[in-house]
Design a protein around this ligand. Structure first.
Ligand code: NI
Length: 167
């Protein structure tokens, strides 16, 4: 178990397009375990490998009341609807913003054993699936904030609320 340092802006790795995973071996399993430990330690809803300095297409997501989801080489294959959400990111500490996300997001990915699966998410899961696949393409939620007045500083009182989950 290891809690890794979360990279924050302006770390260049956050802006790179991450590489596809081609080999699933023991060191990759350890990396995934460390990502899950780190996500728990920082109370994030999700974490993408570039956020711990590894430019590979891996993300982990944990929605309350659900098991951890590991996504290797995830691709969004369908989006439906649009909704306005508030969102924050571990790599952009101290801020949250209002953006538009899809209502329903379907991805295909490999699990940590390399088996392909498809997953459809709504609400927070849909938001996290888009947020994490964005990370793997070097995109941050702040890129979706339409005007500067829709980006706010987090105060200690409203930190960690469901209204602007830290993904
Ligand atoms: Ni993030």
């Amino acid at each position: 178990m290891a809690v890794l340092k979360v990279r924050t802006l302006p770390a260049p790795v956050l802006r790179q397009k991450a590489k596809r995973v081609t080999t699933i071996n023991g060191s990759l399993q350890k990396l995934i375990d460390d990502m899950i430990d780190t996500m728990h330690a920082v109370h994030g809803v999700g974490l993408a490998a570039p956020q711990i300095g590894v430019s590979l297409r891996i993300a982990v997501i944990e929605i309350p009341e659900r098991e951890v989801i590991t996504l290797i080489n995830p691709e969004v294959i369908r989006r439906r609807g649009e909704r306005v959400v508030e969102e924050a990111c571990l790599s952009v500490p101290g801020y949250y913003g209002e953006i538009k996300r899809s209502e329903v997001v379907k991805v295909k990915a490999q699990n940590r054993r390399g088996k392909e699966f498809r997953l459809t998410g709504e609400e927070l899961l849909a938001q996290a699936l888009e947020h994490e696949t964005d990370h793997l393409n070097g995109v941050l939620y702040i890129d979706h904030v339409e005007t500067p007045d829709k980006l706010w500083k987090i105060t200690s009182q409203d930190n960690q609320t469901f209204e602007h989950p830290i993904i």
